[in-house]
Ligand binder design. Structure first.
Ligand SMILES: Nc1ncnc2c1ncn2[C@@H]1O[C@H](COP(=O)(O)OP(=O)(O)O)[C@@H](O)[C@H]1O
Ligand SMILES: [Mg+2]
Length: 601
């Protein structure tokens, strides 16, 4: 899960994070940065300070405890020392009875020590009273033992020292010179020392020592606790610094995310757009800051680009269509112009020839009749006058009259045949041009094919001697635009002749095959006819096959082909006659063009 997802996940879970996130995204960039840094720095300082303060507090508390323990122990020791000293003085007094000067000194000493004991006692009492609340809070081993001790022995100590004082005063008031009295007095002191009071005093000492031992133990414990608190304080300081750093780091990360995420998202989309040119994409508007405004502006820009691109695209398409139309129309115009001028020439020539030929053809019969009559007349002359004069005889020999008589009729017969043939050609030419027939006509398709072949006779029979095979089925008359259909035949046949010539003379000479064109016609179902033109010429490779019907596509040398024949033919067959024009071709083997049209339009 990446950070953004994590943030979104948290935001979905916790409303306040969501609100915080929304708030953050609404901030301006500069505010985002300053808020981010402010919070991070504040959190770091706060966390660290709290850590240090808490650590210090613990340390201070255990230091207090140690202080208290130390003071208490000191006081108890002082009390012990005072008591021991007093007892020591008291014991020594017994042995100094006979030496009044030393006794007096010791006695003063004892009095001072008693005052000390009282002072210390009082100090302990007031210390205990003032510190009692602290003691309560701290788990002391001897908690309650000191007040108890003080209470137990307070009146006893006062009584004890009063008694002692009283006794000492009593001894002192008597004379110390006399040895007997001195011995008695010494005995009195020793007795006091062995009394039950004195034994209780011993007990007091024991209890005190016990309490001191406990107090010393507490002190040691307090010192140990202080050391531990010191370590704790150090660890707390380190821990709080680390924790604050980690939290601050996490916050810094999320802050940078909040700043960087919208920018990243926009950049990503921008990159995608440049890579794929996909202007349908939209930059996400995540924040309300400068990046958000930039994303909105970017989207508006994209919208513009999209619109402009679309317009451009549409214009381009229109232009392409217009261009194609133009090319097509141009092709058609050129071809039609070509064909119509060819047609006009053909029609004109045919017309011009037609009259003189009819003239010849019409008169040949008469000429033959007249010639026959004249020959008959010459024969009658020769029979009636078998011996003419020498001039006539010589002239007869000169012109070879017998040959003329024989040949003249033959000659006139062949003139008649020739004229007849010319008449046929003229008929075909007119048939082909069919200038007069721009409307639908019902015609014999075979006649159209024949006319085209006749016009191409010269090319078929030139250097190659192309053989033309025909297999015509019986076809009904077909409704069509005859001159246009003849154009198609002409285009296909011309291409076939070109393809055969392209194989080269050597090819046809070296192989036993002959260049040939085969023409089949067939009646199909649904009142359609098919006309197929096959040639065993050069054929077409796939590249050429893909383009044959394109206007201006030609594979031929400049000047020979215009690349319009098939494109115009295609249009004539498919659009004008609702038919089909297709081909099968194998490179270097041959080509077949098939044309199918309905019998009726
Ligand atoms: N029977 C065929 N055999 C081989 N190639 C052909 C044949 N008919 C057409 N083609 C190819 O198709 C091209 C286009 O023919 P066409 O439109 O009539 O233009 P053009 O004859 O002016 O080149 C020709 O250049 C030729 O390469
Ligand atoms: Mg052609």
């Amino acid at each position: 899960m990446n950070s953004q997802k994590l943030l979104n996940f948290l935001a979905n879970r916790f409303q306040f994070i969501q609100r915080l996130q929304k708030w953050a995204y609404r901030l301006k960039m500069a505010h985002k940065i300053s808020w981010g840094y402010g919070i991070i720095l504040g959190l770091f300082i706060l966390g660290t300070t709290i850590g240090i303060e808490v650590g210090d507090y613990f340390l201070w508390e255990s230091w207090q405890q140690a202080q208290h323990s130390r003071q208490e122990t000191e006081l108890l020791y002082r009390l012990e020392t005072d008591i021991l000293r007093a007892r020591d003085s008291q014991q020594q007094l017994a042995f100094l009875v006979e030496n009044p000067q030393a006794w007096q000194n010791k006695y003063l000493h004892l009095q001072k020590q008693i005052v000390n004991i009282k002072d210390t006692w009082q100090a302990i009492k007031s210390f205990t009273d003032s510190q009692y609340h602290i003691q309560n809070e701290i788990n002391n081993l001897h908690l309650g033992k000191i007040p108890e001790f003080l209470a137990n022995y307070h009146s006893f100590t006062i009584d004890y020292f009063q008694n002692l004082e009283f006794l000492v005063k009593k001894i002192h008031s008597n004379s110390l010179e006399l040895p007997a009295i001195a011995a008695d007095q010494q005995k009195l002191l020793v007795n006091f020392q062995n009394s039950s009071e004195s034994q209780k005093f011993e007990k007091l000492l024991d209890d005190l020592i016990h309490i001191i031992a406990l107090s010393a133990k507490d002190y040691a414990r307090a010192i140990a606790a202080y050391d531990q608190a010191d370590i704790l304080r150090l660890s707390m300081n380190i821990f709080s610094v680390i924790l604050s750093t980690v939290i601050a780091g996490i916050l810094a990360y999320f802050t940078s995310q909040i700043i960087a995420h919208p920018l990243k998202a926009v950049t990503q989309v921008a990159q995608q757009i440049t890579q794929n040119s996909d202007f349908d994409l939209q930059a996400p508007v995540i924040s309300a800051d400068e990046v958000g405004i930039m994303a909105i502006t970017f989207n508006q820009l994209l919208q513009h680009v999209r619109l402009i691109t679309q317009e451009l695209h549409e214009k381009n398409q229109r232009l392409e269509i217009a261009m194609a139309d133009l090319k097509h129309t141009q092709a058609q115009i050129i071809q039609q112009e070509k064909m119509s001028s060819l047609g006009q020439i053909v029609a004109g020539v045919a017309h011009e020839i037609n009259n003189p030929v009819s003239f010849i053809y019409g008169n040949v019969a008469h000429a033959r009749e007249y010639a026959a009559n004249l020959i008959d007349l010459v024969q009658i002359y020769q029979q009636e006058y078998p011996h003419p004069n020498p001039v006539i005889t010589e002239a007869i020999a000169d012109i070879d009259l017998d040959f003329i008589k024989e040949d003249l009729i033959n000659l006139l017969s062949s003139i008649r045949l020739g004229a007849e043939r010319i008449r046929k050609i003229v008929h075909s030419l007119r048939n082909f041009s069919r200038l007069d027939e721009a409307e639908l006509k019902t015609v014999d398709i075979h006649q159209g094919i024949e006319s085209s072949l006749l016009i191409l006779q010269n090319r078929l029979q030139s250097h190659l001697q192309i053989q033309v095979f025909k297999e015509y089925q019986d076809l009904p008359l077909v409704e069509c635009y005859p001159s246009q259909i003849n154009q198609v035949f002409m285009n296909i046949l011309l291409n076939a002749i070109d393809a055969l010539e392209e194989m080269g003379n050597e090819y046809w000479q070296m192989t036993s095959t002959t260049p040939q064109i085969r023409i089949y016609t067939k009646l199909l179902e649904k009142n359609r006819i098919a006309i197929s033109f096959y040639d065993n010429g050069i054929g077409m490779n796939e590249k050429v096959q893909a383009k044959v019907f394109d206007p201006f596509f030609t594979n031929k040398i400049v000047g020979k082909g215009m690349g319009l024949g098939l494109s115009v033919s295609y249009q004539i067959v498919t659009e004008k006659h609702r038919g089909k024009l297709y081909f099968n071709s194998v490179f270097k083997q041959g080509t077949e063009f098939v044309m199918e049209i309905p019998i009726q339009q």
